[in-house]
Design a binder for this molecule. Structure first.
Ligand code: PBG
Length: 337
């Protein structure tokens, strides 16, 4: 009879799930505030924080507000921030000249943050997309049908040196040009910045989930579309082995940390990269991943706090040592209890 049905089982995995105390003893992955990096958007001027429509709770901040936010993040125990500038469209041009202006927004932001909160690590993107009128990460070739790899790398090297001079802890090439990590390492060393580290966006996929970020930095507006194709430099989401090739190249060129991006869509890649190198591995939970969870939560379809935690835990379980996430501050608060 079903009522008296008994199994003669040696193994009952549920035993270890019976009480919270047992569950905590066998918990394999622990998310820590010290694993989190907060991406932040900065704008010029004296205005109020501007919320990004497709990223609820994420704001473009003026430098004074950015400094305040960095202080709070530091107090919560978040070890690092990644800064992204949104430029006035009038300042953008074909070759992204403003990227090499020593007074450009992001450099002023870095100086202000490092002066106010020196213990906080500051990361800046090395790529031209916030600066170009077409929204690409580099300069175009003569035919204007592709991004010119080597000319772009030359500009990125100058950009990285300016960022190092401003005091960043990490430069983060997010452009996916060939050979840029090695060239940037050489340029930094030649300028005396042997202590400035490289966080390389090594396996960066050509993802449709970058849409909200492109709203945030205005590169969508500049390009006239949020779906600008970066397929000639970012990786095809269909590819896995290629990610390992990219990672190993970046490691051989001197990357201190390698990154996989997006994160939640690439848990398999994170694991493979983890197994392929002993370098620290970062993962970027991108704008679209953040937007998805928020949108579903707004509709009452998902629980925001629980999905936030689970999505980050999954990324860490996959093998990431650190996670760039727009949830950094809220997660840090939640972890504090
Ligand atoms: C651009 C850059 C992108 C992101 C970080 N740096 C977008 C892109 O490649 O178009 C995406 C971040 C996100 O979606 O949260 N160099």
């Amino acid at each position: 009879m079903a009522k008296n049905f008994k199994l003669d089982l040696t193994h009952r995995p549920r035993r270890l799930r019976r009480f919270a105390s047992r569950r905590s003893l066998v918990e394999e992955t622990v998310l820590r505030t010290a694993d989190l990096i907060a991406p932040l958007f900065v704008i010029d001027g004296k205005g109020k924080p501007e919320e990004i429509g497709s990223m609820p709770g994420v704001f473009r901040l003026t430098i004074p507000d950015l400094v305040k936010e960095c202080r709070e993040l530091h107090q919560l125990g978040v070890p690092a921030v990644a800064l992204f500038p949104k430029l006035d469209p009038k300042l953008k041009d074909e070759v992204g000249s403003r990227a090499l202006d020593p007074g450009t927004l992001v450099l002023r932001a870095v100086r202000a943050v490092k002066a106010a909160v020196p213990e906080l690590s500051v990361i800046t993107d090395v790529a031209l997309d916030p600066y170009t009128s077409h929204g690409h990460d580099g300069v175009l070739n003569a035919a204007k049908d592709n991004v010119d790899n080597d000319r772009t790398v030359g500009i990125l090297c100058e950009m990285a040196v300016l960022q190092a001079e401003a005091g960043v802890d990490f430069v983060a090439p997010s452009d996916m040009m060939d050979g840029r990590v090695g060239a940037i390492r050489k340029a930094l060393d030649a300028a005396g910045f042997t202590d400035t580290a490289i966080l390389a966006y090594s396996a960066k996929y050509n993802s449709a989930y970058y849409g909200p970020f492109r709203d945030a930095v205005g590169s969508a507006q500049a390009a006239g579309t949020r779906l600008l194709s970066k397929a000639t430099y970012q990786m095809n989401p269909a590819n896995r082995r290629e990610a390992i090739e990219e990672v190993l190249l970046d490691v051989s060129e001197g990357a201190d940390i390698v990154m996989v991006k997006p994160a939640g869509l690439c848990l398999d890649i994170i694991r493979e990269v983890r197994n392929a190198t002993n370098r620290p591995v970062a993962a970027y939970q991108i704008s679209g991943e953040y937007a998805q969870i928020h949108a579903a939560a707004r509709l009452g379809w998902l629980d925001l706090a629980k999905c936030r935690r689970e999505s980050l835990l999954a990324i860490k379980r996959a093998g990431a040592d650190m996670i760039l996430t727009y949830f950094a501050k809220d997660m840090a608060k939640a972890l504090k209890g």
